[in-house]
Design a binder for this molecule. Structure first.
Ligand SMILES: Cc1ncc(C[n+]2csc(CCOP(=O)(O)OP(=O)(O)O)c2C)c(N)n1
Length: 284
């Protein structure tokens, strides 16, 4: 089985921290956006683009490419920062987030050249689109895989469960859903607002192959993605336990920064916290 080497993991971790700084800078400059849920899923989106998916930034329309769908579209800054890191989006464009006339709006707008496959933002749509893409790939005899990132609060949308039912009915083994299980949604804990547990059992009952991972552990995530590629006649869901606002202490485990930009002082302090983590990792 392919595993990440220690040096690969270190490189990825540093890149992810740089991506987190970009996320904060974009949202700070725009004074608008969703830091909490962008920080929680940045690592898994980067790992997918960097080590798991078949894509080519020099040929965005490549017919054989895998598809990525950010169903929790409010985490667009994470997607944009990753796409910039891997060469789809010019870095200078990143900091036009949410400005009038910018292609980088608060929620993703389909743009094949920039590597954005699908417009999202209205929660509950992404898995259904993923099911459609996975079915189409089967009909076209195209080996592409479809990856869909969902928020846990987003699972309150009933349409997600219709899509889940359809995916197993059509035996879509080319479809992987990843749940950012950070436990907090817009106005509180997911279990208080609309309880999800027992979540793994629910997906099993819908006919999915379920893999639970510590999403902060890149090795575990990577293993989960690789396992999902070998499952036959079933879609896979990775329930990925993550931390809302991760790597910025005052943003962690709180709904406060779900949709609130940092102040100047908060921004400075967040960047210096991340710089310190980068320094610690770099000298190891
Ligand atoms: C259909 C729809 N209803 C409501 C919203 C507003 N909204 C944006 S984010 C959010 C909470 C999502 O929580 P979660 O999926 O857990 O996101 P995360 O914590 O991962 O950022 C809500 C209700 C929306 N974007 N779409």
């Amino acid at each position: 089985m392919v595993v990440l080497s220690a040096s690969e993991e270190k490189e990825l971790l540093i890149d992810i921290l740089e991506i987190k700084k970009d996320i904060l800078t974009m949202i700070y400059k725009a004074q608008s956006g969703h830091p909490g849920g962008s920080l929680s899923c940045a690592n898994l989106i980067y790992l997918l683009y960097k080590k798991v998916m078949k894509i080519d930034s020099q040929n965005p329309a490549w017919k054989e490419r895998d598809y990525f769908i950010l169903s929790k579209g409010h985490a667009a800054p994470a997607l944009y920062a990753v796409l910039s890191k891997i060469g789809f989006i010019d870095r200078s464009e990143l900091f036009t987030l949410r400005q009038l006339g910018s292609t980088l709006q608060g929620h993703p707008i389909k743009n094949e050249q920039l590597g954005i496959e699908v417009s999202t933002g209205s929660l509950g749509m992404g898995l259904s689109i993923g099911v459609g893409c996975a079915l189409a790939a089967k009909l076209d005899k195209n080996n592409r895989r479809i990856y869909v990132v969902l928020g846990d609060g987003e699972l309150n949308e009933g349409s997600t469960w219709e899509a889940a039912m359809a995916a197993s009915h059509y035996k879509l083994d080319n479809l992987t859903a990843i749940i950012d299980r950070n436990g907090i949604q817009i106005d509180g804990s997911t279990e208080e607002v609309m309880a999800l547990e027992p979540l793994a059992e629910k997906w099993k009952a819908f006919g999915w192959n379920v893999i639970e991972v510590d999403g902060s552990n890149l090795g575990e995530l990577f293993e989960g993605f690789n396992k999902s590629k070998n499952i036959i006649r079933k879609p896979t869901v990775l329930i990925s336990y993550l931390i809302k606002g991760s790597d910025v202490s005052f943003m962690e485990h709180t709904k406060k920064y779900h949709g609130r930009p940092p102040s100047k002082q908060e921004y400075t302090s967040a960047i210096s916290e991340i710089d310190q983590i980068i320094e610690t990792i770099s000298v190891k």
